[in-house]
Design a binder for this molecule. Structure first.
Ligand SMILES: [Fe+2]
Length: 227
């Protein structure tokens, strides 16, 4: 598979007490188009980076509707007149509200200039979580971290769906794709999927019941203690 060399990913990090949050800007050098993924708590930093290169913000992509992924979405959307993209399921289930929303379905392809986005519905953490595949980059929100996978309790969450999602990603994603999650629990974003598959225990279950009991095990003192 050939990749588009004009596409590059800029990570924007935020620390909000105990969470290390990541938003991403995907920039196409040729058209100078940019999209932002999961903007939250870093609006000034995002604006600074956009204006430095005079990028045109064309869309805001949301992996799911949790506040730490959407906090600045509406403000950015209004300021740049850029649509917000979210999965149809997530929108309907959680009643996400926006004046400028585009909803997408599983394996739907949309593009903004040279930035071609494939939306992969990956439920488990929420009902309609999405991973966005853009060139050889996969933006995984709280579905897949380098170190683990998202928690599976809360409204619309389901560990059985998460098991299916893990199996699906293993078959759908090329080994050389780079993984950009919504949070880091030790490792920097952008790790190659091949190494994530080797190191991440959640991608290595083949039995649903074993996955379910491990993901939902009691006594997890820290929510993000993955092993
Ligand atoms: Fe989340």
């Amino acid at each position: 598979m050939e990749y588009n060399i004009s596409i590059r990913v800029i990570s924007v990090k935020a620390n909000n007490n105990f969470l290390k949050n990541y938003s991403y800007i995907v920039h196409d050098d040729i058209s100078n188009t940019a999209i932002v993924i999961d903007p939250s708590w870093q609006m000034k930093e995002i604006e600074k980076k956009l204006s430095k290169l005079e990028m045109k913000l064309s869309a805001i992509l949301l992996t799911h509707s949790h506040i730490d992924h959407v906090f600045d979405a509406e403000k950015l959307s209004n300021k740049y007149n850029a649509p917000i993209v979210m999965s149809q399921i997530e929108y309907e289930y959680y009643k996400f509200d926006s004046n400028n929303l585009i909803t997408v379905k599983h394996e739907e392809i949309i593009n903004f200039e040279n930035i071609v986005i494939v939306s992969l519905i990956t439920p488990g953490h929420t009902k309609g979580s999405i991973c966005y595949l853009i060139d050889n980059n996969l933006f995984t929100g709280d579905t897949l971290f380098i170190e683990g996978c998202g928690i599976c309790w809360g409204k619309g969450a389901d560990p059985s769906d998460m098991f299916d999602t893990m199996q699906y990603l293993k078959t759908r994603i090329d080994k050389n794709v780079l993984i950009y999650p919504g949070h880091s629990y030790g490792k920097e974003p952008g790790e190659i999927f091949e190494s994530v598959c080797k190191e991440n225990v959640y991608l290595n279950f083949t039995d649903r019941n074993n996955f379910l009991s491990f993901r939902m095990r009691k006594g997890q003192i820290k929510l993000f203690d993955f092993k």
